[in-house]
Design a protein around this ligand. Structure first.
Ligand code: ADP
Ligand SMILES: N[C@@H](CCOP(=O)(O)O)C(=O)O
Length: 313
């Protein structure tokens, strides 16, 4: 029997200004997945969590990824997948990407590492297409490569892993659901050239700041003139949380992925703790339940917890 257990991290897509192209893996929260290689070509998905996600492989992002791998490689084998999800679907913390990337990664290990990272991203994007209607790779890439990644292009796939600054991430997930597909539909299809120029400056500044480990440059590049003004109206108290976090010492931050989670970068754990406390108290005041996370940027991405390769079982 060949079996693998993995830890699949949450991801913060967009990093404020880099819509669909930038993303980072974080340590908390993460999903647990177990994949077994089957002798028959069936795909079985089981959820040991309470989110009510579909277990029909054609409706589960992990299932469609495995179906595509199976078809492409003309496999006579199948997969049994058990998912313990801790990253709530619709959180903006890459819940669908975690299952999609975890399925591609785990299947590849079971098959003897025959696929490249670019191929894993290619197959995992079928899951994102099922979840949001769009083959975006900004959550998947950091999950698979770890750290912070730039999706220079998703067709053809061209992923640039950037470095991992030594920063803390404070995040809050208010319990309101924002589906990525809905949060994409409200965006404008056309943008003004002057706004595009400002956004290009921020993206280039952020990438340069990350590569040079120039923390103040990272901070002043975390601005979004295109997406945040539209999507933030879906997130209760967004402006107040952002303003208070900056006052409390955050370098900068904004909507995590398509929301409703909000993330902030901080230089110290103490600052990150102050920020999560204030995030929680803002939501407590208006009686919206919220979960907060303090994390660091996760340089490893998906981690193998256990690998069993026992021909006798
Ligand atoms: N294994 C899975 N994990 C998470 N979401 C899944 C999974 N399979 C299917 N989905 C669907 O994907 C959607 C959640 O994806 P999305 O809105 O992108 O949330 P997130 O921002 O947390 O990734 C939901 O409609 C959910 O039913
Ligand atoms: N670039 C995408 C990212 C969606 O991330 P998610 O964590 O909300 O699935 C977008 O902004 O739509």
């Amino acid at each position: 029997m060949k079996k693998i257990k993995i830890k699949v991290p949450a991801t913060v897509a967009n990093l404020v200004c880099g819509f669909d192209i930038l993303g980072m893996a974080i340590h908390e929260p993460y999903d647990e997945m177990e994949l077994k290689l089957l002798d028959s070509p069936e795909i079985i998905i089981r959820h040991e969590d309470h989110f009510g996600l579909p277990e029909n492989p054609s409706q589960n992002v992990a299932g469609v990824v495995l179906q595509n791998i199976q078809q492409h490689l003309k496999l006579t084998k199948g997969f049994e997948v058990t998912i313990r999800k801790h990253i709530k679907p619709g959180s903006g913390l890459g819940s669908s990407a975690a299952s999609a990337a975890g399925a591609a990664f785990g299947a590849n290990v079971l098959l003897g590492n025959i696929l490249s990272n670019e191929e894993l991203v290619h197959f995992a994007m079928f899951g994102e297409e099922l979840a949001s209607g769009v083959r975006h790779a900004d959550n998947i890439a950091p999950c698979i490569y770890g750290g912070i990644t730039l999706v220079k292009s998703s067709s053809p796939i061209d992923i640039i892993p950037l470095s991992t600054p030594n920063l803390f991430v404070a995040a809050v997930h208010p319990q309101v659901e924002v589906k990525t597909s809905d949060a994409r539909q409200i965006l404008k299809k056309n943008i003004l050239l002057k706004d595009a120029v400002e956004q290009w400056g921020n993206i280039a500044g952020l990438v340069a700041g990350i590569l040079k480990n120039d923390i103040p440059l990272i901070g002043r590049s975390l601005n979004d003139v295109l997406i945040e003004p539209i999507r933030s109206i879906l997130i209760p108290k967004f402006d107040e949380i952002k303003m208070k976090s900056l006052e409390a010492g955050a370098l900068g931050g904004g909507i995590s992925g398509s929301g409703p989670s909000i993330f902030m970068l901080a230089e110290t754990k103490e600052t990150a703790e102050r920020i999560t406390q204030l995030m929680k108290s803002v939501y407590d005041e208006i009686e919206i339940e919220s979960f907060v996370y303090i994390s660091k940027i996760n340089p490893a991405g998906i981690e193998i917890v256990e690998e069993i390769n026992d021909e006798n079982q």
